[in-house]
Each structure stands twice: as C-alpha cells, then as structure tokens.
Ligand binder design. Structure first.
Ligand code: SF4
Length: 412
C-alpha cells in the first residue's frame, strides 16, 4: 500500500541543460600564461613558484576586483594567506563577481567579522592532541598533521588557525613523536595524513612517512587527505603514483566543491591515481552561493563518479571564525540530500555530516525516511514521498499475526 505525500520531481527541465553544461570536462586553459613553455606550465614546481599571493597581482589579473575583495586581500596575510595557483586561477570567471571558484579562494572583508559562537578550532582538535600535530579523536584512528602549507588557501578552512601560518601559530610537527605515539598505541589501526597538504612534500619525504607508518604492524590502513589534485593536478606525476602504490592499502580523500573544478586536467590526474590502485573519495563543504544548489551538486557527484571518485562526505561548514558569508544552512543541505537520494546512483550520494562544534566528532544528518515505528510495523517513505509499511513487532521480532490494516499513513 502506498500514499504519496510529496512530489519527487526529478531534474526539472530547465535545469537539465545546466546539468549537462556543468558536467562537461573542459581544460583550465592557459589564460594570461599562454606564452609560458609547456614544460613549465605542466610542472608543479613552476605552478607553486608562480602563485598569486599579493593584492597587486590580483588587481592586475582581475581588474574588476570588488572593494570587499580588495579590503579582504589587504588583511589576508594576518589571518589566512592568499595563494592561488595559475592553473586554478584560470577557472575563475573574471566577469562574474559571484563566480563559485572565486568565492572559495579570494579573501573578502567579511572574513574579519566574527560572531561569538564562531571558533578558531571548531572541531576541538587541540583538545584531542596527545602530542603536537596528532589528533586522536576517535577510538581506532588518528589524524596526522604533517605540514601547514597548501597549494592554495580555501577561505573557509577549518584549520585556518594553523595553515599558512599567517596568524603566527608556528606549526612544527615532530614526526618522531607523532610516529612514536602511533607505535605505542595498538588501538590505532588507521592513520590519516593531512595538514595542510601532504602531497606538497617531495616524493622522498612523503615516502619516508608512509614507509615508517607501514612498518608499524597494527596500522592496517593509510589515508591521505588532499586538495592538490584540484589546485595542482600537475603534482600527480607518474613517479608519485608509482611510489604511492607500494603502500597499499592506501586511500586518498580529495576535496572538491564544484563541478567546474573537475577539469580535463583533474580527470586525468585522478585517473593516474586510480590506475595506481588508490581508492578515491571526495569530501565537499556545503558553501553558500558556491554549491548549495541541487543541480550544481547533482552535476558534481555524477562528475566525480566519471572521474572514478566516490562522493564520500559533504560537510556542513564548520563554525570557523569569519566564515558566516560562506556558510549555507542545514535546512538547505537536507533539501539537497533529499534531492539526491533515490534520484541518482547510490554510489553518487555522499553522507551529509555536521562536525559537532567543539569536538563532538562527525554526526550524520539525513532527511527523515522512517515516519513511525509502531507496535506491528515500521512506516517509511521513499524518495518520491510515497509511504510504505514494513511489518515487524516493536521488539524487532518477526510478526506471528498479520498487522492490522491502517487507514492512512501515520506521520510523525
Ligand atoms: S586545502 Fe584543506 S587544509 Fe588547505 S586551506 Fe583548503 S581546506 Fe584548508
């Protein structure tokens, strides 16, 4: 029996053209760097050396820099540095003040406005650090912070207290102490290398860490969290992939927020990692006027699968100081999740989580699908809003008598 309580409208016709356009794989192109030799442009060291880091460079490249962006950039180096690789800069639509790529990496004056409930360490990492640079929040896994540097800086970064060192945090990881803690703690079976971005290390330095961790018998599983494939796909060299494949099981979580970030260059870089046997997942942050839109996120998750990446998490933006202008609402996040589940491939649907403010860990949040749990049935709804019953006694045992008829859906 079923009753429809809502319409499960799939891809409204007006949005299907937008969906197709967002799913096209385009190259970032060369932009103003068209005369740079091919070998330089495709070299990750050249990209890093030529990052945009000053207001003067930004003004030259983006003559229509807004007053909010100008003022934000003037103050960026006291909060979270400005840095954008030339490759990633080419994804910005200079004519569009609201460009979703631009909003992620160009500082704005709103970053200086902090509400009393915002924090510099919203996930409470410092209070779960048994040794500097190691976060042991969950029972069987640790977060191993290896550096405070990234290829580019995201304006909503949860770790903006330490990345880029603009506010004088002075992060100096002590690898020996961090490795020693993991060695002495048999409960740790999973180590996530993050930062900052571990893939900024040379192959040799990264291999040193991976080999030391792999030599610890109780470490079953290694992970790397990185935004490098998105900011700097040139870093994903065949040599790096050949090194990484020696340390399996090794997973990589990338961080991409918008389908326009998934260029032809990124798809090729991710393909190299996948060919090296590295399972890939993606973590996105729900950001206001960047990706808090069903069509945008549907295009994104479908495009990720085409890049051989499983959409893993979508995070409600943490209560990071100065991020209010980029935070979308939980209500919007739930609406988008309801628009994905059932409407597209299950593999494409990430888990929506809120990192509980202050250090409570990730809490999954989901639209309601269980409407009630009664004496002889569970009442559920599907993605189209149709209501169904699953006969079962309240204590979970199989029913011995048929359930009583119900007159209509019992909604909670
Ligand atoms: S790449 Fe990650 S660590 Fe670096 S600024 Fe962006 S969110 Fe923060």
């Amino acid at each position: 029996m079923s009753n429809s309580i809502a319409s499960g409208d799939d891809a409204p016709s007006g949005s299907s053209a937008k969906l197709s356009a967002l799913k096209e794989f385009r190259s970032a192109g060369r932009g103003v760097w068209r005369d740079v030799p091919e070998a330089n442009w495709n070299g990750w060291h050249w990209q890093l050396k030529n990052r945009i880091t000053t207001v003067e460079q930004l003004q030259q490249l983006l003559p229509a820099l807004t007053s909010e962006e100008f003022a934000g950039t003037m103050l960026a180096n006291t909060r979270l540095a400005l840095a954008i690789t030339p490759y990633f800069f080419n994804l910005i639509d200079a004519a569009d003040e609201k460009c979703p790529i631009r909003r992620q990496v160009i500082p704005r004056i709103e970053e200086t406005k902090t509400a009393p409930w915002e924090m510099t360490d919203p996930c409470g990492e410092e209070s779960h650090s048994p040794v500097p640079g190691l976060v042991h929040r969950y029972p069987d896994r640790v977060l191993f912070l290896v550096t405070d540097r990234c290829a580019a800086y995201c304006r909503y970064c949860t770790r903006s207290r330490l990345v880029s060192n603009a506010s004088g945090y002075d992060f100096h990881p002590h690898f020996e102490q961090q490795i020693d803690y993991i060695r002495r703690t048999p409960a740790v079976r999973d180590v996530l290398l993050s930062g900052g971005d571990p893939l900024l290390f040379s192959d040799e330095k990264l291999e040193y860490l991976l080999s030391r961790l792999r030599a610890i018998p109780h470490v079953e599983f290694l992970r790397i969290g990185t935004r490098i494939p998105i900011f700097l796909p040139q870093r994903i060299t065949p040599q790096l992939c050949a090194m990484l494949r020696q340390y399996h099981p090794l997973f990589i979580s990338i961080h991409s927020n918008h389908p326009r970030e998934l260029t032809a260059e990124v798809r090729d870089a991710l393909g190299r990692l996948a060919d090296a046997g590295v399972p890939l997942g993606n973590q996105s942050v729900l950001l206001r006027d960047v990706n808090d839109d069903l069509t945008v996120l549907r295009a994104h998750v479908q495009k990720l699968l085409m890049c051989r990446v499983k959409p893993y998490y979508i995070y409600q933006c943490d209560l990071i100081a100065g991020s209010a202008h980029l935070r979308s609402s939980v209500r919007k996040g739930l609406e988008i999740m309801a628009g994905l589940r059932g409407h597209t491939t299950g593999y494409a649907v990430p888990t929506y989580v809120i990192d509980a403010p202050g250090g409570g860990g990730k809490v999954p949040v989901s639209p309601e699908y269980v409407l009630s749990h009664n004496a002889d049935r569970v009442v559920i709804r599907n993605y189209e809003g149709k209501v169904f019953e699953y006969p079962e006694a309240a204590d979970g045992t199989p029913l011995v008598a048929p359930p009583k008829e119900i007159e209509g859906p019992e909604l909670v």
